[in-house]
Each structure stands twice: as structure tokens, then as C-alpha cells.
Design a protein around this ligand. Structure first.
Ligand SMILES: NC(=O)c1ccc[n+]([C@@H]2O[C@H](COP(=O)([O-])OP(=O)(O)OC[C@H]3O[C@@H](n4cnc5c(N)ncnc54)[C@H](OP(=O)(O)O)[C@@H]3O)[C@@H](O)[C@H]2O)c1
Length: 389
């Protein structure tokens, strides 16, 4: 039987690239939507993808990219404007009678969250589920393993892992690799019969503390690395100082909210899960395995005099970067702000959905794939965890 053609949006990005490559490896015809023809696009092309260069926010481009496609991966680029992207994607997908879509959402996805990007992500999920002829699988992934490598340079050159993650000993995240997030996307894209209507929360195999993360990165680098719990203000200055190649104003305002959720332990609620094994068909890789792969590819991980000099310079740059005025950015950009938002664990709707999603995942898998012995016990009830938090 002819395999369906699959459109991958954000195909040169972290999860899109891995999803496209895994599908190509399984001989699926892939159309990769990229912003420009660069080395990543060339690698996708060399692996057999059809490359579409365009603007994810343009309905004209999305219509062209969606023509002749049966399934698609919906991956909004990191804020701003995820809802704009989602609307363009949904309209073009419906017009082209796409049969199945996998949406990359967020662990925090919730209509009452302080983060506008999280609320828009929830709206994206909800809107696309309204199209009756199109089935949807939602990937509600949490804090990526990849995020820790934002500070690979100070780890490798200065022996510190400065992040605003709270207490060093608390095991607050089971980080999934880009490849394992992609494996869940692929499982759902190639088998809508088993995964349509489901929401999954892929994680890595183990809950880890910031000290565990620093120790692992240190072990791979071959040097001692110590976690440094930095304040929100230093974090804001650090991500602002990464410009011009780093984060936009809109992203800066949202990342601080995700760090707050991290400190509150939200990414640990119900984790680790079995979604990578059950949907992606493979054991999730350890953080150490991810770190070995990433570090081997990153030039700033090599200890040289030049790299050390750059690390010291970038560190000093953080100190002299003015603290961004978040309220002023939000006002200037016209962010939609709620009068009484809720962080995830304070929101009954999030708690109910989160609880439901774990039950559905386990029930679905129970029915189609595994014997009881393979399935992890249902997670500790979310409500009791939230009450303890
Ligand atoms: N990081 C986390 O911990 C986390 C957790 C949960 C959910 N998420 C979600 O993950 C999503 C991002 O996924 P990702 O990390 O896989 O993607 P990503 O690495 O941010 O990649 C986005 C890609 O889209 C491209 N792009 C940006 N604007 C474009 C435009 N106007 N037209 C065409 N292409 C454009 C970028 O191109 P260039 O590279 O050329 O700029 C990049 O290749 C976000 O929606 C975020 O909410 C992230």
C-alpha cells in the first residue's frame, strides 16, 4: 500500500528535524517545511525529504506546502504568535483534507496559564480538534533535555551550570531528548488508528535533580560541573544577553514563567511516563546518552583557550546587560494578560486534564499493545501530589 505523504513543519528545528529523519528512515514520503535552504535543509534533502522553503505564518505558503499531504506535524516555532501559526496550519490542513495531525503542545497546556504562549498552545490544540474529518494526537511534552545545553559553554569552560531551577537536590524533571519526543510523533503519525484522539506526555526514563544534570554533564565533559541556582533576574539578563542570535522579547517573558513551573515541580507531576516506549516503540534514552551525543557535536564543549576566553566574555556580558523590564515588554507588545491566571498545579482544569491524560494513555496501551506486566503502575494521583507541593 502507498504510504501517506507527511508534512513536517519547523522541520529544521529540534523536534521537527528528528521527526522528519525518523520518518524518512521508515521510508515515508516527507515534505519538510523550512525557513531557508541551509545545511539542515540540505541534510533533510540528502535523506530523501522534499524541501519546501516558506513562511509558517503565511496562509499562501502553508496551502502550497499542504497540497497533496495526508498527515502533518504541527510544530509552532517558539513564541511569539503560536496561535497565528496554528490557525494558518488548521485552515490549510482542513482545506486540503489532511486526515491526521500530531500537535506538539506543552506539558503546561492550559487556558488559564500566566503564559500567553501556553494559552495559545492550548487554543491551538482545542481548535484543531474541532475539525470533524481530521483526527488529532497531542504531544504534551515538558521541559526538553535540550534546554540544559543552553548553558553548555559555562559548564564546559567554567565548570558551572547556571540555571534558575531552584533547589539542587529536588528531582523535578525527567527530561526527554528531541529524538524521543520525535519517536512519539512518528508513532502517532504512522498509526493514527491507535493514537487518534490521544494525548501523550513523553519523558526521559528518570526524574533528575539539577545536581544530577550537572554531574552528568560533568561526567561526559570529563570535568567537575556544579549547578548554580540563579535568580530570575540573572536568568532574564542571561537570555537577553544572548542576542542577536538568542531569544526575542516575547520569548524572554515566557521562559521565566516556565522556570517558575520548574521550581514548582510541575514537570515532575506524573513523571516519568512510558509514552516513549508505548507510542514511540523504543526505550527512552538516559540523559547521559543524550548529553554524550549533543556534547560530541558542540564546538563550545571543547576546552581550548579561545573557548574559555569567549565563555568569560559572555559571562561578563550577562553582568553588564540591563535587566529587561518584563511589564514594559508585555505592555509594548500588547500581550493578552489574564486578571487571575493560574500556574498549572493551582488550576483544576489542568489537574483534571493531566489526570485524564495519564488514564487514557495507559488504558489505550493496555488495550492494544502490551501485557499488564509491561505497564507501569498508574501514576500517583495528581491531586495528592499537587496538595503536597
Ligand atoms: N523547549 C521546551 O522545553 C519545550 C517544551 C514543551 C513544548 N515546547 C514547544 O516546542 C515548540 C518548538 O519546537 P522545537 O523546539 O522543535 O522547534 P525549534 O527548534 O524552535 O524550531 C523552530 C523552527 O522553525 C523555524 N521557523 C521559525 N519561524 C519560521 C517562519 N516564520 N517560517 C518558517 N520557519 C520558521 C526555525 O527556523 P530557523 O532555525 O532557521 O530560525 C526553526 O528551524 C514550541 O511551540 C514550544 O512551545 C518546547
Amino acid at each position: 500500500m502507498k504510504k501517506p505523504r507527511i508534512l513536517i513543519t519547523s522541520a529544521a528545528g529540534k523536534t521537527g528535524y528528528a521527526t522528519a529523519m525518523q520518518l524518512l528512515d521508515k521510508d515515508y514520503p516527507v515534505r519538510a517545511f523550512v525557513k531557508r535552504h541551509d545545511v539542515r535543509a540540505q541534510r533533510l534533502k540528502d535523506a530523501g525529504a522534499e524541501i519546501y522553503v516558506g513562511d509558517l505564518f503565511s496562509i499562501k505558503d502553508m496551502r502550497e506546502a499542504m497540497a497533496g499531504v495526508q498527515r502533518a506535524y504541527h510544530c509552532a516555532p517558539t513564541a511569539p504568535n503560536p496561535l497565528h501559526f496554528g490557525s494558518v496550519f488548521a485552515v490549510a490542513a482542513a482545506e486540503n483534507k489532511v486526515e491526521h495531525v500530531v500537535v506538539l503542545s506543552q506539558w503546561l497546556s492550559n487556558p488559564n496559564h500566566p503564559s500567553f504562549a501556553t494559552r495559545e498552545t492550548w487554543l491551538n490544540e482545542s481548535i484543531i480538534k474541532q475539525f470533524r474529518d481530521m483526527t488529532v494526537t497531542v504531544n504534551n511534552v515538558g521541559w526538553f533535555a535540550d534546554n540544559y545545553f543552553m548553558v553548555l559553554e559555562p559548564a564546559a569552560q567554567l565548570g558551572i551550570l547556571p540555571m534558575p531551577l531552584g533547589d539542587g537536590e529536588t528531582k523535578n524533571n525527567a527530561p526527554p531528548s528531541n529524538e524521543d519526543i520525535a519517536a512519539v510523533n512518528v508513532g502517532a503519525l504512522i498509526d493514527p488508528g491507535s493514537h487518534a484522539g490521544r494525548t501523550y506526555r513523553p519523558t526521559g526514563p528518570d526524574l533528575l535533580s539539577p545536581n544530577d544534570i550537572a554531574d552528568t554533564i560533568g561526567r561526559v565533559l570529563g570535568r567537575k560541573v556544579s549547578y548554580q541556582n540563579i535568580s530570575e533576574n540573572i536568568f532574564l539578563k542571561a537570555i537577553t544577553s544572548m542576542r542577536p542570535s538568542g531569544y526575542s522579547d516575547a520569548v524572554v517573558t515566557q521562559l521565566r514563567l516556565y522556570a517558575e513551573e520548574y521550581r514548582r515541580g510541575t514537570f515532575a507531576v506524573g513523571g516519568p511516563t512510558k509514552a516513549v516506549l508505548e507510542v514511540g516503540g523504543r526505550e527512552p534514552e538516559s540523559f547521559e546518552a543524550t548529553a554524550r551525543r549533543v556534547i560530541a557535536q558542540r564546538p563550545e564543549a571543547t576546552q581550548t583557550l579561545g573557548n574559555r576566553f569567549r565563555a568569560v566574555r559572555n559571562f561578563l556580558k550577562i553582568l553588564v546587560t540591563p535587566l529587561p523590564d518584563v511589564a514594559a515588554i508585555e505592555a509594548r507588545r500588547g500581550h493578552v494578560l489574564l486578571a487571575a491566571p493560574n500556574f498549572a498545579q493551582s488550576d483544576q482544569e489542568w489537574l483534571d486534564e493531566h489526570d485524564d491524560q495519564f488514564r487514557i494513555t495507559h488504558k489505550a496501551v493496555d488495550a492494544v499493545k502490551h501485557t499488564d506486566a509491561d505497564i507501569s503502575p498508574i501514576q500517583k494521583p495528581i491531586h495528592s501530589l499537587a496538595a503536597e507541593a
